[in-house]
Design a protein around this ligand. Sequence first.
Ligand code: NAD
Length: 407
Amino acid sequence: MKADRRTFLASLGAGAAGLGASQPQGGEGAAEIGVGLIGCGTRGTALGNALVRLERAGEAVRLVAVCDVYQPRLERAAARFSAAAYREARELIRDPRVKAVVIATPDRLHAPQAIEAVRAGKDVYCEKPLTHWAQFDLLKQLRDEVRRHKAVFQMGTQWCSDPIWERAADQIRRGVIGKVVHVQTGFFRQGDVGERGMPVDDPEARPGAGLDWEAFQGDAPRRPFTVSRFFQWRLYADYSGGPVTDLYPHPLARVLKALGAPLPRRVVAVGGRFLFNGERDVPDTFDLLIEYPQGFTLAVLGTVANGTPLETVIRGSEGTIRLDETFGLQVEPAQGVNRPRTQIVTLRDDAQDHLRNFLECVRTRGKPYADIELGYATQLPLIMAMQSHLEGKVAFYDAEQERIRLA
Ligand SMILES: NC(=O)c1ccc[n+]([C@@H]2O[C@H](COP(=O)([O-])OP(=O)(O)OC[C@H]3O[C@@H](n4cnc5c(N)ncnc54)[C@H](O)[C@@H]3O)[C@@H](O)[C@H]2O)c1
């Protein structure tokens, strides 16, 4: 086992080289953090690799356990990471060597598994979206449990670990762009690679000893098993929401981070399947407008049918913050405002940075870059948007009662 692990670590050496620039946290003498990974598909494997690279770079972390309901993926991950294998998330969470849990299962499983983990005293890195679009009560419960147990919780929106968003927040707090009145962001890409493009490991796969269809479905409406529903679950509204919940947590979380994680007053959304049809019941194109009680609007636009990007812009009464995907953030004064133009350049989409930030907070009990409050502020309007779209109504948020009302 040890030799396998060394070989694997060595094979990741080239990828880890880039880490030399930043100091490993909790290196020399720090207590090792045992991590358990739940969900060993595409994202889980990428996060497992990132954890191993961190370990290779001197971080006191070790991936000690993995869990999946599909036996071939479980076996592959257990061998790849030399980790203990569990078929049930509950068993992994109970493993005393597991101090922190990384969750990369389909959306519906995130909140139930994260709640179980924090109740067991574990810290959690949970992939976006924090919940399925029909799980608003679970979103509230998750936030409450994280608060109650004082768990360290990081939402897997890795762009939030780019320091430009802390800097943008600072500029906004200091009034550099005046009163924020309008924000635009979005996610555009060409092709249904994230849905129909999901890999089908075995077209003959069937529920049974090596594939737990019940556990996959969680609290979803019960459906007969199909290979596509299991491997390409992002095509189906029972398990996913399409771009609004799969892609928009990324651009929305980072602007909300800059804006101090406000909660919405009302949300309206439109969208549909305009290009990709067939065995798919989630939209391919989706636009939502959010109004905030602080007095500004936020538009999140996008499609998976065309990749022409939309600039992220935060407009204030005295200036503008623009995100250029090549040049970073630009802070520009409004016409007639006598202030210099500022450029803040670093642009990263790096799960390693995000995991490192999480591990550091596990040690210091600090607040991660994408904590549960930002998670709630991000997921709430996305859930409201899906409800608005499905019902053809406006979704209102009652902040006192913590309720969504459609009218
Ligand atoms: N942050 C990012 O950039 C990013 C990128 C890709 C995916 N993701 C997120 O990661 C999550 C997983 O996406 P993916 O593309 O890896 O999906 P996937 O289908 O490739 O992997 C999910 C895995 O979870 C397993 N699983 C299902 N139910 C389970 C259960 N009850 N217990 C344990 N394992 C279970 C499945 O067998 C599968 O192997 C999604 O929520 C997605 O939104 C995030």
